[in-house]
Design a protein around this ligand. Structure first.
Ligand code: GLU
Length: 367
């Protein structure tokens, strides 16, 4: 199993097992796995549930199904416990991102989240994402962290999504009632039959069940992201993963996606401006697969916002060589063109990204 950037989702049942607040019982092995991945040069983003479960003991409730404000108070106190529990198993720093569906739907905030994640990874920090439960109302909520993890995998352009819970993967029948049920190791396409095999959750502290995991897998694979459902309570699972084996259910990424994204960038997305490059920048973009830095920009044309698409043009021949999504508006770019990335902060007073167009957001048209 090959991957470079993965989102790892850890469910409440692993964070706060035994209905007794946070514990290291399972997450120690997960943290070790993450550390091994990082040593091998891989980038990891965590999506961690468990704030409500971790705060449950600390807020009076007296009902198995507390009210929403009570759960929000549990999330508020539990989030800190959950973060502290993770941090004690890592030597590298952890960071907290609390987001709602409303944030992911808003274009500007989406780009902010994307840039923040990129910078955290560049600085060897482990981003830990959860839904902002204390402020999110139902309309603004993703609702479960399986789907949230899929959205985080999209925004961070991960190539893999690992969903860890206390189940081994997808079975062809309910393993609780059918001893002959078999684990399905590989799923090439998600059909209604696959959904039909997914029972509902049987764990009272978890929000999602197999259904939300399959929904998450569907979102991810459609976007070119390999997805795995794995048992994070079984330490052998991590040994197998590190050997490159698949110990759970692997949903295959759609190969159509990369082609489709490049096609969309090249043919569908309308350009709002032109950015003229010197020879060095053209060489870096075309031959080295590099991102575009401000230093190689000679001139600009057009009015565009951050997040708009622009054409990259050879300043000498005026040939269009690439297209991509620009991290800066034309107003800001005018002030930093020709400068080094390290000067962006001083000139603009902010620096959401050291690159002007990230490699993942670019398609080369002519060489
Ligand atoms: N955001 C919730 C929490 O931290 C978890 C949601 C889920 O388990 O899917 O408690």
């Amino acid at each position: 199993m090959k991957f470079n950037r993965a989102v790892i989702k850890v469910g409440s049942a692993l964070i706060a097992p035994d209905n007794n607040g946070c514990s290291g019982k399972y997450i120690l092995a997960i943290a070790r796995f993450i550390t091994e991945c990082q040593k091998a040069g891989k980038e990891i983003i965590l999506v961690s549930s468990g704030s409500v479960a971790a705060g449950r003991q600390l807020i009076q409730h007296g009902s198995p199904n507390p009210s929403i404000p009570t759960k929000q108070a549990m999330a508020s106190v539990g989030q800190l416990k959950m973060m502290a529990n993770w941090q004690r198993f890592f030597d590298v720093p952890c960071s907290q991102l609390l987001i709602t569906h409303g944030d992911l739907k808003d274009r500007e905030r989406y780009i902010n989240i994307k840039n923040t994640l990129r910078i955290l990874l560049e600085n060897n920090v482990i981003p830990i994402v959860n839904e902002n439960d204390t402020v999110a109302t139902d309309e603004l909520k993703v609702g479960d962290n399986d789907n949230l993890a899929a959205l985080v995998a999209l925004v961070s352009e991960a190539d893999s999504l690992f969903i860890f819970s206390d189940i081994n993967g997808v079975y062809d029948a309910d393993p609780r009632s059918n001893p002959d049920a078999k684990l399905i190791p590989e799923i090439q396409s998600i059909t209604p039959e696959i959904y039909a095999m997914a029972g509902s959750t049987n764990n009272h502290i978890a929000t999602g069940g197999m259904k939300t995991k399959i929904q998450a897998a569907e979102k991810a694979v459609e976007n070119g992201i390999n997805t795995y459902i794995l048992n994070g309570s079984d330490s052998q699972v991590f040994e197998k993963l590190l050997k490159g084996e698949n110990p759970g259910t692997h949903f295959f990424a759609s190969t159509e996606f990369t082609k489709a994204k490049k096609h969309w960038l090249k043919h569908t997305l309308k350009s709002n401006g032109k950015v003229f490059l010197d020879k060095g920048a053209i060489n870096a973009v075309v031959n080295s697969g590099a991102s575009l830095l401000p230093s190689g920009i000679k001139a600009l044309l057009g009015d565009f916002n951050a997040g708009d698409s622009v054409e990259l043009i050879d300043h000498d021949s005026k040939q269009v060589i690439a297209k991509g999504i620009c991290q800066y508006s034309s107003n800001d770019l005018t002030r930093i063109q020709g400068k080094n990335s390290d000067q962006i902060q001083r000139i603009l007073g902010f620096c959401p990204s050291k690159v002007i167009i990230h490699r993942d957001d670019m398609v080369v048209i002519a060489t």
